[in-house]
Design a protein around this ligand. Structure first.
Ligand code: ATP
Ligand code: MG
Length: 317
C-alpha cells in the first residue's frame, strides 16, 4: 500500500458493515480527513489485493467516492477514501423516517441521477460492475453531493468475500441470487430496490433488512398487529422469495393523481422503478438505456438544492 498506518489519527467510528468497520481519520501529513475501511483478509492474498487496488487511483468522477490509498495491518486491509460528512442513505433514511419525514421526489430524482451516472462511468470507463448497490453504499457530502462507494474493482477482494454471507445482500438481482452469470443490469435492479426503499421508508419486500453483521436471518413483517409483526426467517427463504414472487412496485396510495391528491410520487417515478425491477435480465435496461427514461432525463436537467437539504440534515444531527 501507499499510505502508512502511523500517518493516520483516528477520530470517530462511522459505521460497521458485515466485512469490517469504517472510521473517520485524519491523514496528518496532508491534513486530509478520510474514511478508513478495515477488512480482515487471508494474509496470503493481501499483497495481490493491494496491487489490484492501485487501479482505483484512476477512478475519478463527481458521482463516486474518491479512493486515496491503502495499507496493510497484520491480517487486515485498510482502505482510505473521501470522507462524506452526512454518511450513507440508510443512516439518513432512518433519521428522516423516524422524524416523520420522507424523501421528496426531487431528492429521489437526484439520487437516481447520481447512481446511474456512476454506474455508467464505472462500466464505460473501467468495465467494472459495482455488485453492491444499496443505500449504505450511497453517501452524501455536506455540499449535497451524492456518491457511490464500495465498488467491486478488485476481483481478488470480491472473491475473498463471495460465497460467504458477507457477499450476500437482499439487494441482489434474481439472476444473481440464482447463481447465473450477471452483468451491469444486475446493478440496475439493485438501484431500483434501493430507490423504492428510500421512497416508501421500508424494505420493499415483506421482510425487514436485518441489522448489520447479522445476515443469517431476516425478519418477516407478517400480519398487522405489532406483537405478531416480527418473525425470524432464514436468509435463504428471503432470497428464494425474491426470485419466485413478482417484483415489488410503488404502492398505489403513494402515487399522485386527481383522485389521490395527497400522493407524493409520480407515475414517472413508478415507471422508472418498474423498468429497473424487470426480473428477466435480458429485458432489463443497462445504465445507458435507462438514461433515456423520462424520469432520469427530467431530474438530470433540473437543478435541485441538495446542498440546502444536506445543511438541514446536518443541523438535525
Ligand atoms: P455491508 O458490509 O453489508 O456492505 P455497509 O455498506 O453498511 O454494509 P461498510 O461498507 O463497512 O458496510 O460501511 C459501514 C458504514 O460506514 C456505512 O454504512 C456508512 O454509513 C459509513 N461509511 C462508509 N464509507 C463512508 C464514507 N466514505 N464517508 C462517510 N461514511 C462512510
Ligand atoms: Mg459499504
Amino acid at each position: 500500500g501507499e499510505l502508512r498506518k502511523e500517518d493516520l489519527v483516528e477520530q470517530e467510528a462511522l459505521g460497521e458493515g458485515a466485512s469490517g468497520a469504517v472510521v473517520k481519520c485524519v491523514h496528518v501529513p496532508t491534513g486530509t480527513v478520510v474514511a478508513r475501511k478495515t477488512v480482515a483478509m487471508d494474509p496470503a492474498t493481501l499483497p495481490a489485493v493491494v496491487r489490484e487496488l492501485t487501479l482505483l487511483h484512476s477512478f475519478k468522477s463527481p458521482y463516486i467516492v474518491q479512493y486515496y490509498g491503502c495499507y496493510t495491518d497484520e491480517a487486515s486491509l485498510c482502505m482510505c477514501m473521501e470522507y462524506c460528512e452526512l454518511g450513507s442513505l440508510d443512516q439518513i433514511a432512518s433519521r428522516v423516517y423516524a422524524a416523520g419525514g420522507f424523501f421528496t421526489e426531487d431528492l429521489l430524482g437526484k439520487i437516481c441521477v447520481a447512481v446511474v451516472h456512476s454506474l455508467r462511468y464505472l462500466h464505460r470507463q473501467h468495465r467494472v460492475i459495482h455488485r453492491d448497490v444499496k443505500p449504505s453504499n450511497i453517501v452524501v457530502t455536506r455540499r449535497g453531493e451524492i456518491k457511490l462507494c464500495d465498488f467491486g474493482v478488485s476481483g481478488l477482494l470480491v472473491n475473498s468475500l463471495a460465497n460467504t454471507f458477507v457477499g450476500t445482500s437482499f439487494y441482489m438481482s434474481p439472476e444473481r441470487i440464482q447463481g447465473q452469470e450477471y452483468t451491469v443490469r444486475s446493478d440496475v435492479w439493485s438501484l431500483g430496490i434501493s430507490l423504492l426503499e428510500l421512497a416508501i421508508g421500508r424494505f420493499p419486500y415483506p421482510f425487514d433488512v436485518p441489522a448489520k453483521g447479522a445476515m443469517m436471518t431476516a425478519v418477516a413483517a407478517n400480519g398487522e398487529t405489532p406483537a405478531r409483526r416480527h418473525q425470524r426467517v432464514p436468509i435463504f427463504e428471503v432470497l428464494d422469495y425474491i426470485t419466485k414472487e413478482p417484483a415489488p412496485t410503488v404502492p398505489a396510495d403513494l402515487i399522485y393523481s386527481p383522485t389521490n391528491p395527497t400522493g407524493r410520487l409520480s407515475t414517472g417515478f413508478r415507471d422508472f422503478i418498474d423498468r429497473c425491477l424487470v426480473k428477466d435480465p435480458a429485458m432489463r435496461p443497462p445504465p445507458e438505456v435507462i438514461m433515456k427514461h423520462g424520469f432520469f432525463r427530467h431530474w438530470d436537467a433540473m437543478f435541485v438544492d441538495t446542498e440546502a437539504w444536506a445543511n438541514m440534515l446536518e443541523r438535525w444531527q
